[in-house]
Design a protein around this ligand. Sequence first.
Ligand code: PLP
Length: 388
Amino acid sequence: MQRIYLDNNATTIVDPKVKEAMEPFICQMYGNPNSLHSFGTETHPYMKLAFDRLYAGINASDDDDIIITSCATEGNNTVLKGIYYQIINGGKKNQVITTQVEHPCVAQSCKFLETLGADVIYLPVNRDGVVDADFLGEYIDPDRTALVSIMWANNETGLIFPIRELAALCRENGVLFHTDAVQAIGKLKVDVHEAPVDFLTFSAHKFHGMKGVGGLYIRNGVKISPLLHGGEQMGGKRAGTVNTAALIGMGLAMELASENLEYEINEVKRLRDKLEDAILTVKGTGVIGNREIRTPNTILASIKGVEGEALIWDLNKNGIAASTGSACASESLESNPTFVAMGIDNELAHTGIRLSLSRFTTENEIDIVISILTKSIERLREISFSSI
Ligand code: PLP
């Protein structure tokens, strides 16, 4: 049975070119980059190339910092806890503003900061499923707000937040701005020059690099306390020996993400729209959010009369990988704040499935998914109808 992978918001296949670029750093050039001998130093030009590619991929300037982390969860924890120890810690500026739809690694870090005495505001999203700058402006208090943390694109819906405007507003008010750009890299133009963010998090496994490696961009001059203390790696901002092979792979993955951006925005979107149109021809289906403000690869569909989980299992039996939403959040979609804000009724909310494509998805795969998915819906509806 042919297997088809449509869960690319959870993780992506490693691009074979990335795998090939990493291989020499596993068993040949395996030295610790901090060692003084040639086993260590011979890795330096390759690491420099990887950093250059990461800087170019988000248009960072040479004076800015990108620190290499073990994942985006670490990057997001570093920003939130780092800001706590740098600014909040018992001081006057003790407020953090975020949204109700952040990934659990941001949401749970914020909950932790509350236990330390920080005041966290969780903004609801609007009927378009995002937060706009006017709304954020009502909550910013330049004397009290230490940090605003808002994701660039949502992992479940794919909805894109107006990061340029949100970051510019924070800049005008002298408030630091962090964005979790995990779902944006490779799918949207991410430019830290155009969108004046102070911190930006990314994770290689979401753009065809390895799991277990990510990056945290820190604008020049912005101070943050480290999460991990130890050696002087990453200029003292993140202790621990870097995963050389994974970093080198991530650099290439970032370059390939930039090179393939047009393809993603046009061709992946065309395939996504084809699948979405086919789903919408089935009676009693809906897709969450306007497709023009969604990442080009994502569909969160709801199908009346069919349990989301039952549909996932049925698709899985037929070799198709999809999900009910975030791989990291097990709560029911019924309580999803985006669904609530967008007025999605309870029955539809209970039947969400997320289909997320990548540049490796083919038209033939989409045609197969359309055929299997529509039959699955019919079959499951018949079963639930006959069991009444
Ligand atoms: N932020 C978002 C928006 C995500 O989608 C994910 C992963 O699903 C993460 C953060 C966590 O990334 P990582 O797996 O690298 O910790």
